[in-house]
Design a protein around this ligand. Structure first.
Ligand SMILES: CC(C)(COP(=O)(O)OP(=O)(O)OC[C@H]1O[C@@H](n2cnc3c(N)ncnc32)[C@H](O)[C@@H]1OP(=O)(O)O)[C@@H](O)C(=O)NCCC(=O)NCCS
Length: 177
């Protein structure tokens, strides 16, 4: 099922047919280096199958495939907060390396923020980017996210400490655009 579209970029539900390409694009250190260690590396077909099974059980669905010109190109998600954070959601995404620098993540983030603010009772969408991930910081800036804070040395990745740059977009600010 398609949930949002902007010409050549479509957000839709993930299906079992995505498993081979998901495993291929996710099995890339240039991708995993920018993500939490919960993201498997190496990333196998079995990891992709388990992931699709998990997504299948989601209700409501907050994890989607990004399609570019009809081809599976990556994933994007919102993690809805709980307790006192229940008016916030964290956005996460990755694009397969063959599709980088075509403006796909920027379009996908815009589409999912619009969808998220309309579909869910949230006022804030945020994320934290590792300091060396300049491309992702650029994507968020292009989508109107505001740099809110630097969490010094909060990331421990591959044996090194890094800062995390926190970005957020408020529903009010988004609505005014
Ligand atoms: C980060 C990522 C999502 C970007 O996807 P994408 O589809 O290539 O992004 P876009 O094409 O929409 O925009 C990328 C922007 O970053 C810029 N950019 C790319 N590499 C850069 C670098 N090393 N330094 C600075 N800017 C860079 C591009 O020029 C572009 O900006 P512009 O439109 O002003 O020229 C993709 O590289 C990726 O999936 N990386 C691995 C996983 C990841 O980092 N996920 C996000 C974790 S929070």
């Amino acid at each position: 099922m398609i949930i949002a579209t902007d010409n050549d970029v479509v957000l839709r539900e993930l299906t079992e047919a995505d498993i081979p390409k998901l495993a291929e694009y996710a099995n890339n250190e240039k991708v995993s280096i920018n993500l939490r260690d919960a993201f498997p590396s190496p990333y196998t077909i079995d990891d992709a199958k388990r992931f699709i099974e998990m997504v299948d059980k989601q209700d409501p669905k907050t994890l989607f495939a990004i399609e570019y010109k009809g081809n599976y190109a990556g994933n994007i998600s919102l993690s809805l907060g709980s307790d006192v954070y229940r008016k916030s959601a964290e956005i996460g995404y990755f694009i397969g390396e063959p599709f980088w620098n075509k403006g796909i993540a920027s379009k996908a983030v815009r589409l999912l923020t619009e969808y998220g603010f309309e579909k869910f009772d949230i006022v804030r969408i945020y994320t934290g980017i590792f300091e060396y991930n300049k491309a992702s910081q650029r994507v968020l800036e292009k989508c109107g996210f505001v740099k809110e804070a630097v969490f010094k040395k909060s990331i421990f990745k591959k044996g090194e400490l890094y800062d995390e740059i926190r970005f957020a977009l408020l529903k009010n600010d988004y609505s005014e655009k």
